[in-house]
Design a protein around this ligand. Structure first.
Ligand code: BMA
Length: 347
């Protein structure tokens, strides 16, 4: 099976798969790990990103405060489960025309070369992708926005690809965006982005990913390709439902999709995923991985209110993706359409 390329992380959070569990991904038994009122000002803490840091863990958290204003807050943890999150939003240093904020939400954190980069959905005359970095999670510096508005879900690759910084993102609109495909972009310097390539889009065969899709956590490098966990949205008569699944991208040309899962890995089922400020949302923004054992811990926002943790392994995800494959290239899509028809066109 595929091997994760990266470091061993012996102290990452972990629970073995429960006896009798048939799913490829299982929830932490004490979920949610972060409650909605864990800071003195928070209405909700969700869609957040964590990384290994100095033998322990650090993260950037989306807290909506009690004015229900979205912003980013730093947090630290000894075990990746119990978090100490600041009451004060992160202050970025940088050009004041750029650090001025309307709102900030859905952060990702990605270690590249010598520092931790933060990307997020940045309110700048509409949503676009903000980028900043930190060395120590104390001082944060902000760079230029990556794209023109409107875009959400900018996710960096953890190393340069073909000598350039690389990002996948999801162009959007100013509202709740009833569409959305994933695109690849590259940059020599994290300021000027180009070579925008289509990666993949919504599915006519798999309803959970039929309305829009978007990148989730930092892609995980494996010897077979970039393992990408992405969210998919289903339009129902109760509104949008968010689940997540997996895809595999080519290592050197990440806009080429090698595999994709027809079935989701996790969708809203538990009380804390089905009830909250936005019921029916499972939204992953980070993983912790151990290259030695292939273990993966997925951090995901639950119902736009609290934060959950789920576990899987690289073997489980690959086996599931291969047991229930989604067609990926033009030829496979055309053949599937010929034999099955558009199964989601009424949604
Ligand atoms: C998206 C983003 C996410 C949120 C989701 C469901 O557009 O705003 O932060 O989790 O909607 O409300």
């Amino acid at each position: 099976m595929a091997k994760i390329i990266g470091n061993s992380l012996k102290n990452m959070p972990w629970e073995d798969k429960p006896e009798g569990c048939k799913e490829p991904c299982w929830r932490y038994s004490k979920n949610p790990i972060i409650g909605r009122h864990e800071t003195s000002i928070s209405n909700s803490i969700f869609n957040s990103a964590v990384v290994p840091f100095e033998g322990k863990f650090a993260g950037v958290f989306r807290c909506d405060n009690k004015a229900v204003v979205m912003d980013l807050y730093v947090g630290f943890s000894d075990d990746g489960i119990k978090w100490n999150i600041s009451d004060e939003p992160i202050v970025f240093e940088g050009d004041s025309e750029i650090t001025y904020k309307d709102y900030r939400y859905d952060p990702r954190v990605c270690f590249i070369e010598d520092r931790y980069y933060v990307t997020w959905c940045n309110g700048y005359h509409g949503p676009t992708i903000g980028i900043g970095y930190t060395f120590d999670f104390k001082k944060f510096y902000q760079l230029e926005n990556a794209f023109l508005p409107y875009n959400r879900n900018g996710v960096l690759f953890p190393r340069k690809v073909g000598g350039k910084y690389a990002m996948i993102s999801r162009p959007s609109d100013t509202g709740h965006t009833p569409f959305g495909d994933i695109f690849f972009s590259e940059s020599p310097d994290l300021t000027y982005w180009g070579k925008h390539r289509y990666v993949f889009g919504t599915s006519p065969f798999s309803a959970w990913q039929s309305k829009k899709i978007g990148p989730g956590p930092t892609p995980i490098e494996t010897d077979e390709g970039w393992l990408m966990i992405f969210h998919g949205v289903h339009n129902t008569c109760q509104g949008f439902v968010y689940r997540f699944g997996a895809a595999l991208l080519d290592l050197e040309k990440p806009w080429i999709v090698k595999e994709r899962s027809m079935f989701y890995l996790i969708g809203p089922e538990t009380q804390y995923e089905l009830t909250g400020d936005v019921p029916g949302v499972c939204f992953p923004c980070a993983t912790l991985c151990d290259a030695e054992t292939g273990r993966i811990a997925i951090y995901y926002g639950c119902a736009d209110t609290v934060t959950g943790l789920a576990f899987t392994t690289v073997d489980e995800v690959f086996a599931y993706m291969r047991k229930y494959p989604h067609p990926v290239n033009g030829e496979q899509m055309a053949e599937y359409l010929r034999t099955h028809g558009d199964q989601t066109n009424k949604l």
